[in-house]
Design a protein around this ligand. Structure first.
Ligand code: DGT
Ligand code: MG
Length: 372
């Protein structure tokens, strides 16, 4: 039998992304690209369940070691419902899905896609603008009854640059920029690259870092000082700093969509072309000599470092399933701050990511295997 035929015995695929090693090599891109459009469209319509169903299905197909070549090959796979199978069948037969094609040319989908590409604009704002009959950036920017917050103003100002992907070379260069600024203000502090680049991605929409201090409590002044330093260097184009609201007595929250309570800042930085090996990944920026890049810094207390690292490394689907696994299979609550055992009524401490996998009774997975 050929690869992917229903006669080939396949090892059972777990319902949880945290039990599937998923690298960046996706053999089922033609299906997962279609699913992504559907998931996004449901997200734009505030329909969480079907949105998550398509995200889960995407993640299952991404984990497979080979391409799905017939519908029969999907029969033992978890998380694939009728709707997803119908799309797979269409793609197998016609090379495309008509439902997806229709969405891609749908005015509502296109407008939401455009509006949510702006930093600071989510589906709710996009909906508000769409309902007012706005369809383009110029519609928004010339409508004086629309109030843009500071984040959205910067989002529009730098849209050309920050809507372009950040390359791994640019992420490396930003790492030395952040390293420099952090060590200038706190020599003992540590900087770790996290998010998609930590999982080995070649491109990302931003660059994420975790910074902390070896001395508990010293992290409190870290980000404000780093921000001052970046300002002094003249490379801070936008900054939204959120002080910590972390309360260690509080139980963790298994809802992934809630952001964590660590001190963090969402930045737009100016990256010089001369600092990037091979130049910028942004043609306009290369001519100009610099580009704007989105950077997130999060600064947990050192005793929560492992939880923060695990939570910020992603992928989002990996994180959702890690929390769901903890809750459903282990009776534990996991978030970016802590792990709590509900039966024993106790917090489980961890100083490395491996400790957390071990508490959960999961085999350890390297960041590059978490591309669910
Ligand atoms: P990208 O798009 O190339 O930047 O891809 P990622 O994986 O770096 O995604 P990003 O930067 O949006 O988020 C990095 C990680 O941060 C993500 O994998 C999990 C965490 N994170 C981001 N947003 C949220 C959120 O709303 N809630 C929670 N709990 N974690 C989040
Ligand atoms: Mg990222």
């Amino acid at each position: 039998p050929t690869e992917g035929s229903p006669l080939t015995p396949v090892a059972t695929v777990s319902r949880y992304a945290c039990q599937r090693r998923t690298t960046l090599e996706n053999h089922n891109k033609k299906f997962t690209d279609a699913f992504e459009v559907l998931a996004e469209s449901y997200e734009f319509n505030n329909m969480e369940r079907p949105c998550l169903a398509f995200r889960r299905a995407t993640s299952v197909l991404k984990s497979l070691p080979c391409a799905v070549r017939c519908l029969g090959a999907t029969q033992d796979l978890p998380c694939l419902g009728q709707h997803t199978k119908k799309v797979i069948e269409e793609v197998l037969q016609c090379g495309r899905s008509f439902e997806v094609e229709e969405l891609l040319s749908d005015e509502r989908y296109q407008t939401f896609k455009l509006f949510t590409s702006v930093f600071g604009v989510g589906p709710k704002t996009a909906e508000k603008w769409f309902c007012r009959g706005l369809r383009s950036f110029s519609d928004i920017l010339t409508d004086h009854s629309i109030h843009l917050n500071r984040m959205q103003q910067s989002g529009f100002l730098h849209h050309g640059d920050i809507s372009r992907a950040v390359s791994a070379a640019e992420a490396r260069s930003l790492r030395s920029v952040i390293d420099g600024a952090v060590h200038c203000v706190t020599p003992a502090a540590t900087v770790a690259l996290t998010g998609g680049f930590h999982r080995g991605k070649e491109f990302g929409h931003d660059v994420d870092f975790i910074v902390t201090t070896p001395e508990l409590g010293e992290e409190e002044s870290l980000l404000p000082n780093v921000i001052d330093e970046l300002k002094k260097q003249g490379i801070l184009l936008y900054c939204n700093y959120q002080a910590s609201t972390f309360d260690m007595r509080k139980l963790p929250n298994h809802h992934f969509e809630a952001m964590d309570n660590f001190a963090k800042c969402f930045l737009i930085l100016r990256l010089e072309s001369s600092q990037v090996e091979g130049g910028l990944h942004c043609a306009e920026g290369d001519i100009r000599g610099w580009r704007a890049v989105r950077v997130d810094l999060v600064s947990p207390p050192v005793d929560r470092y492992a939880f923060a690292l695990l939570g910020w490394t992603g992928s989002r689907q990996f994180e959702r399933d890690l929390r769901r696994f903890a809750q459903v299979e282990r009776g534990m609550i996991l978030d970016n701050h802590a792990l709590y055992d509900k039966k024993k009524k106790e917090f489980l401490a961890a100083s490395t990511e491996k400790d957390i996998f071990a508490h959960l009774g999961l085999e350890y997975m390297e960041p590059w295997q978490r591309n669910a």
